[in-house]
Design a protein around this ligand. Sequence first.
Ligand SMILES: Cc1cc2nc3c(=O)[nH]c(=O)nc-3n(C[C@H](O)[C@H](O)[C@H](O)COP(=O)(O)O)c2cc1C
Length: 226
Amino acid sequence: MELRDVLQSNSAVREFSDRAVTDATLHEILDTARFAPSGGNRQPWHVVVIRDEAVRRHLRDLYVLAWREYMAHVNAGLVAFAPTDRGRFAGPAIDLEAARATPSPLPFADHLDQTPVLLAIVADLDQLAVMDNGLDRQSIVGGASVYPFANNILLAACEAGLGGVMTTVLCRQEHEVRPLIGMHDGQALAALLALGYPANPLRRIRRRPVESFTTIDRLDGPPFVP
Ligand SMILES: Cc1cc2nc3c(=O)[nH]c(=O)nc-3n(C[C@H](O)[C@H](O)[C@H](O)COP(=O)(O)O)c2cc1C
């Protein structure tokens, strides 16, 4: 596939066929993805291939709780855990305990343990040059040394005929995930990637046009159009 085709067709895939992903294929995907950029080229990532069935089921149960929290926000018309107080987090906007106890239809979450490939992406925090650290708002820069790598995995998977999705809701349950995959204090769970051969043809991706998010000289400047 051409790079442009990969970029334009790599929709989120949450339903997978029974076709197994070989270790050779997964290795090739990671071998392509590892060329991602990172601050100072420190490559502060680890990938844990989750195979143990008991760990998979445990992660699924934790994911379901976090997904319920997320969906409760969505159902209330809120962006989940958004730093809404001028870029600062004012605390949960809903009753999280009630949310966790409220089931919602979750085919992907309920069957997360059946996903052909589950990859935990873990970041070494002391290797991140967090250039907006300590500013009086939500920090955002640190993740930029890990998420290009995570997205590269999805792009390389797409090129190999697989599909997948980056997920982050499990990060709400990081304290429970830590002992399951052997994380230490100086590490953070950046994402859980689900990969496999898609059960259905990829959907057409819809995104905003360039001129809706690109302006000249200032954020309130005229739209950039060729
Ligand atoms: C940072 C990030 C976090 C995400 N977290 C989740 C998640 O926890 N669960 C999930 O099912 N999808 C998650 N997604 C997938 C998004 O929902 C998906 O990329 C978006 O809806 C666009 O989907 P499309 O490419 O099929 O149009 C996440 C994506 C990103 C980039």
